[in-house]
Design a protein around this ligand. Structure first.
Ligand code: CTP
Ligand code: CA
Length: 226
């Protein structure tokens, strides 16, 4: 079906990409979220398809859109629902990129009814969400596992720690030395962190170009070349 794409660098590869924030419900009308736009993950999905891959895009709440014959989109809301969606398709993948900004915590309980403002202070107890990437790293097989990291201090050291803790093959570190890198902007400045190579730093680029750099690196470092 995809014969005309057989010479592309990701031809025949199955790739799962998560994108966007997660929303953690407090009550039927409120949630705790974050400012992730989903842009980086969607650019990765579009570029992966262009490069010949069969793409599954697991997206948190976002205004991004995508179409493409070889992009299957699964919409999710919370970290737990993202985990469930990813689990349902994980086994078949060759490459998994966790570009989503997964909430680290969720409210311990979701109120059945809208919470009323009947006291001067209120506290929401939070419990830890599962670390999706770390969980996937425990059953990686021959898959290539990629995570992102955004750090404000000791960036390389922290990113290396994440690489090891999560059993990932690559951490894409967003370097914040530039005003224009990170959430809600069109550009990113990234450094690739791997176990066996020196950190590889790129100049400030559009997220489309960053997506191409990431996917090119992945294609060159795939363990399976079946
Ligand atoms: N990640 C995940 N599940 C979580 C939290 C993070 O899969 N519950 C993934 C992210 O998608 C990202 C990578 O782990 O690819 C690193 O996320 P980051 O927030 O930088 O790291 P944490 O392990 O959450 O550590 P901290 O926030 O304390 O720096
Ligand atoms: Ca986190």
């Amino acid at each position: 079906e995809n014969f005309f794409k057989k010479d592309l660098i990701l031809s025949g590869k199955k790739i799962l990409i998560s994108a966007g924030p997660t929303y953690e419900a407090i009550d039927p009308v409120r949630f705790i979220g974050n400012h992730s736009s989903g842009k980086m993950g969607f650019e990765l999905a579009k570029m992966a398809e262009k490069l010949g891959a069969e793409v599954t895009l697991v997206a948190g709440p976002t205004h991004q859109s995508v179409d493409g014959y070889n992009i299957k989109r699964m919409d999710v809301t919370s970290a737990l629902s993202m985990l469930e969606a990813i689990e349902s398709v994980y086994e078949a993948q060759d490459i998994v990129i966790m570009a989503a900004a997964v909430a680290d915590y969720r409210p311990a309980e979701i109120a059945d009814q809208k919470i009323k403002k009947n006291s001067d202070k209120m506290t929401i107890e939070m419990v830890k969400n599962p670390d999706i990437l770390k969980h996937l790293g425990t059953k990686k097989g021959n898959k290539m596992l990629v995570g992102f990291a955004l750090e404000t201090n000791d960036a390389i050291k922290h990113a290396k720690g994440k690489l090891e803790r999560k059993n990932a093959d690559l951490i894409v570190l967003n370097t914040l030395e530039d005003e224009d890198a990170g959430f809600g902007v069109e550009t990113n400045k990234v450094t690739f962190i791997t176990a066996d190579k020196e950190p590889l730093s790129f100049p400030l680029k559009s997220k489309t170009e960053v997506a191409k750099d990431i996917l090119t690196f992945i294609a060159q470092n795939l363990k399976t070349n079946a």
